[in-house]
Each structure stands twice: as structure tokens, then as C-alpha cells.
Ligand binder design. Sequence first.
Ligand SMILES: NC(=O)c1ccc[n+]([C@@H]2O[C@H](COP(=O)([O-])OP(=O)(O)OC[C@H]3O[C@@H](n4cnc5c(N)ncnc54)[C@H](OP(=O)(O)O)[C@@H]3O)[C@@H](O)[C@H]2O)c1
Length: 250
Amino acid sequence: MELQGKTIIVTGASSGIGAAAALLFATNGANVVLGARRQRELDRLVGQITQSNGNAVCLAGDVSDEPYNRELVNLAERQFGGLDGAFNNAGTTGAMGPIPEMETRTWQDVLAVNLTSGFFAAKYQIPALRKSSGGSLVFTSSFVGHTIGFPGMGAYAAAKAGLIGMTQVLATEHGAEGIRVNALLPGGTMTPMAGEDVDFHEMVRGFHALKRMAEPSEIAQAALFLLSDRASFVTGSAMLADGGNSITKL
Ligand SMILES: NC(=O)c1ccc[n+]([C@@H]2O[C@H](COP(=O)([O-])OP(=O)(O)OC[C@H]3O[C@@H](n4cnc5c(N)ncnc54)[C@H](OP(=O)(O)O)[C@@H]3O)[C@@H](O)[C@H]2O)c1
């Protein structure tokens, strides 16, 4: 029960890593506030958690929309009396392609969902954490943009690398207030984002020292650690949970 009584926002909770994290956090005693655009998937997860005697609420919306980020925090405070942490995890690869051929709109959309969303999240979550006398924020970044230049993913890489820079600044700005801020860098993970192309999966497995992709629950465990008091001296980090992706050349 690593998160007993803590209230945690989880975005990207309708699928993949975020859904696995929401279940794991709730199992560990957290009140979870779930965000993503798809209402039906969020409702299903809330039902699953509450049937297991957990506490969960959801609000559907787009993380690139500033008021939505404020409303998630308001919901946490209204429903559970405050906020103790967030797993800001929603993300999208967007339309992929070489930079010279990339539509400016695509660049802007991918940055809005993956990076500007992090700014909006922090903007409203930090004041709420202050009221709780501290807490922990985790932003889902990626190996793409940190250790690997993946062709066709220029906007995604820029956004995910940007999250690491913002994480470092937030950690220094708010460390004295007992607020820890970390980025989590998953390796290739078997979620809808990874698609269903078995040849692509085979290629991605080869990038990793472990020669496999992660299960969403394995990345959720790393997020649980960063949100829990076990990570009490961990802040400003870009924590790899990448199966050795970043140190593999062969
Ligand atoms: N899978 C990988 O190999 C991998 C590797 C490194 C990093 N990551 C990162 O891990 C995070 C989770 O991805 P995943 O692998 O679990 O993929 P996923 O199963 O496709 O989940 C993505 C989640 O983000 C939500 N989302 C996307 N755009 C959104 C928006 N505009 N507003 C609100 N929610 C939005 C989706 O929900 P809705 O569609 O319902 O909005 C969904 O819940 C992402 O940040 C991704 O970049 C993934």
C-alpha cells in the first residue's frame, strides 16, 4: 500500500501504461483521478477500481486544453480533499514523417499534446501540491529524443526531450517545498501506441538489452516508485525503465 490515502491524477488512463498505472496505484491505496479523451474507457476503469473497493473518479478531456488540466485538479480537491501527486502520462506520436515534409500543424499538435500539456499540468498541480505540503509529479517522456534519434519522430522527440528539461527546472523551483518532479522514460512498451505490426515489434525488441518490449504494468511499477515515499530523495531525474534500450548498440 505504497500510496495509501494519497490522491493521484493519472492522464492517458484510458489505455496502455496509464490504465495499468491507475489500477496499480488504486491497488496501492491511492484515490485516483483519471483523465483521457475517451469517456467509455475511463468509465470502465473507474467501475473496475470501485468494484475492487478502490476510489476512482474520471473526467474526459484533452490534455492540450488548459482548462481541462485545471478541472482535473479541481476534481481531485473536490472529491478527495486535495492532491498528492500526478502521473502526467498522456501522449501521442502524431503523424510521423521527416521534418522537411512535416506539416507545421502536425508539429504544433504533437507538441501541444506531449509538451504543452505538461506545462498546463504543472501550472495547476504545483499550487495544489503546495496546499498538501508537498508531493510528487511524474511526466512520461521516452527513450525517443533522449538516447535514440528515431527517424520520422522529430516532433515527438522534441516534445519528450522538452519534458525532461521542464522536469529539471520544476524540481529546482519546488524542491524546497517538498515537491519532487521526475521524468519517466519507458522503453518500447506493448500498448496500442506500439501498433500491431509484428515486424515492427521484432525490430523494436532488438533495440533493447533484454530483447523484448515492456508490459505496461512494468512501466507502471516504475511510476509507482517515483510517486511513492520510497523515492523520497529522487527528484529532477530522467529515470530509465527502458530494458537497456539506451545502452544497446548490437
Ligand atoms: N508504448 C511505448 O512504446 C512508449 C514508449 C515510450 C514512451 N511512451 C509514452 O507513454 C505514454 C503512454 O503511452 P502508451 O504507450 O500507454 O500508449 P496508448 O495506449 O496509446 O495510450 C495513450 C494515452 O494517452 C491518451 N491521450 C492521447 N492524446 C490525448 C489527448 N490529446 N488528451 C488526453 N489524453 C490523450 C490516450 O487516451 P484517449 O485516446 O482516450 O485520449 C491514451 O489513454 C505516452 O506519453 C507515450 O508517449 C510510450
